[in-house]
Design a protein around this ligand. Structure first.
Ligand code: FE
Ligand code: CA
Length: 525
């Protein structure tokens, strides 16, 4: 009897011949035809120059009965991939055991040079709230085994949800010493909040160097992802948990918004760059999305987790109004107060209102790239703001606070990356009115490796002392936040590594905060 494994190998071999679609019954596959072709064990697969699975495997956007599986074939990940200019068949298998013996779903996907030989498989027919293992194969080579987990059924009330949230992994600023620790923890999923790559030039003074000058082309973005995704710690985390990911600015260019580029690229040129960056992002993320076609690419989406939680993933770059008082640190000018100014864009704002309105989850978690709570920096007689954050868009910030306030139990938690420092804020309905009720909670996670400029440390610490809604602030440490949510409370452990200057480090939980259901705002636990 033909084993399932040999059958799939045969199917893959037949797919590369290209005749599969015509004579084997339209994709369903005919085992006898495939078996006849399997007499040649390697098939006509082009010879690869080294291992194809240098970038590991990943999964993401779990649903109750399916999950996205990802890999990208690249024998030379920082040298344009190194792959032949041909479509290649990639076998995938999902099993209920780590050794991939009890295979419950499988198939053959096509890795095409158009998408840098990346593969996004929607593995369906799975059971809710279950752990699975998966693997790919190209020719005779097997990928490492990844582990993933489906979401609970829509009406299920899981006892708990564990997730970690992360952001900002500048390769040059430090080693990702948090990842081996994170990979060993027990989470249902990982949320990535942006700055997965940094587009910048090589800096010889940093602990490790980028592989090219400032990235501006599709090839260069792909090679930059090739560098970042080569990290074995990052690969281990992807192989351990499904990811739920959004982006921030550095996936394209620092502080960009819509067509605005801080370096002054003409809009048409910048939009071409944005299209290239969005495509490379898609090619390297396990996302439940179609590939982009051009510079407009909708990625905002909701990932529900039974009745316990729903993750609302926001895009805070593509639709934002261009800056009017600068995109850096400065006072808020009058033009910034124009009511039409937006950070999410009109459509995404309406979409979020609908998602929140119709949500039946105990916890609505907003995956937010830039700080939402007000963070004034009083200097002498003036007050400065980081105008790249929600503070730079006061009308949009007020609309967002109103939206969050609509839910009376206050179980809306905003998780944020952005500033390379940790923070906890009790969000006021109106930050100008100190009698205003607390309506939601913002948890800000530090960077995985990106630096907080310590020359700003004193100013930042002084500023947060004057903002009574800020409960916690810490900027010296790198790491991530590990969260456990139940129907009673959402608890956040701020996990800090000792160093990112060396490849390895210890880690500790430096601070723990809890939000009680029905009571917005955080308490130190
Ligand atoms: Fe960053
Ligand atoms: Ca950023």
């Amino acid at each position: 009897m033909l084993s399932r494994r040999r059958f799939l190998a045969a199917l893959a071999a037949s797919a590369v011949v290209g005749a599969c679609s015509d004579d084997s019954g339209g994709g369903g596959g005919s085992s006898s035809a495939a078996a006849r072709r399997s007499t040649s064990t390697t098939g006509p697969l082009p010879r690869l120059d080294g291992s194809a699975f240098t970038l590991g495997v990943a999964s993401g956007d779990p649903m109750p009965e399916s999950v996205i599986l990802w890999t990208r074939l690249a024998t030379d990940p920082v040298g344009d991939g190194g792959m032949p200019d041909a479509d290649l068949p990639v076998v995938w298998e999902v099993a209920s055991d780590e050794r991939i013996r009890d295979v419950v779903a499988s198939g053959v996907a096509t890795a095409s040079p158009r998408l840098a030989h990346s593969v996004h498989v929607d593995a369906t027919g799975l059971e809710p709230a279950r752990t699975y293992w998966y693997r790919f194969r190209v020719g005779e080579e097997e990928s490492p085994v990844g582990r993933t987990r489906t979401a609970p059924a829509a009406d299920a009330e899981p006892e708990r949800l564990r997730f970690a949230f992360l952001s900002c992994q500048d390769w040059q600023d430090g080693y990702w010493t948090a990842y081996p620790h994170l990979a060993d923890e027990d989470h249902d999923l990982v949320v990535f909040l942006g700055d997965y790559i940094y587009e910048g030039d090589r800096d010889p003074d940093k602990v490790r160097q980028h592989n090219s000058p400032r990235v501006q082309t599709l090839k260069a973005y792909r090679n930059r992802y090739g560098l970042y995704k080569g990290d074995t710690g990052l690969q281990a985390v992807h192989a351990a948990f499904p990811f739920v990911s959004t982006w921030d600015d550095h996936e394209v260019a620092n502080d960009y918004g819509d067509e605005y580029d801080e370096r002054g690229a003409p809009p048409a040129e910048f939009l071409r760059r944005r299209a290239a960056a969005y495509q490379a992002w898609y090619e390297h993320q396990p996302v439940r999305l179609e590939p982009p076609a051009g510079p407009d690419y909708r990625i905002n989406r909701t990932v529900p987790y039974g009745r316990l939680a729903a993750f609302h993933l926001l895009d805070e770059r593509q639709y934002r109004s261009v800056p009017v008082c600068g995109a850096d640190i400065g006072p808020i000018c009058e033009e910034a107060e124009a009511p039409a100014r937006t950070l999410l864009g009109e459509q995404q704002e309406a979409w979020l209102a609908d998602q929140l309105d119709s949500s039946e989850a105990t916890w609505d978690v907003l995956a937010n790239s830039v700080i939402l709570s007000r963070t004034p920096v009083p200097i002498g007689d003036t007050v400065l703001y980081n105008l790249d954050q929600w503070d730079g868009f006061p009308p949009a910030q007020r609309r967002m606070l109103e939206l969050l306030a609509e839910r009376r139990d206050g179980n809306r938690v905003v998780i944020t990356g952005d500033i390379h420092a940790s923070g906890v804020a009790d969000m006021w309905r109106d930050f100008d009115d100190d009698s205003s009720p607390v309506i939601a909670t913002e948890l800000v996670g530090t960077s995985v490796s990106s630096e907080f400029d310590e020359s700003y440390l004193d100013i930042a610490e002084q500023a947060v002392r004057q903002a009574p809604w800020v409960q916690f602030f810490e900027a010296r440490h790198r790491g991530y936040v590990a969260v456990e949510a139940t129907s009673e409370a959402l608890r956040a452990d701020f996990r800090f590594v000792a160093t990112t200057d060396r490849p390895e480090s210890t880690i500790e939980t430096a601070s723990t905060w809890a939000v009680e259901a029905g009571r917005p705002g955080a308490q130190e636990a």
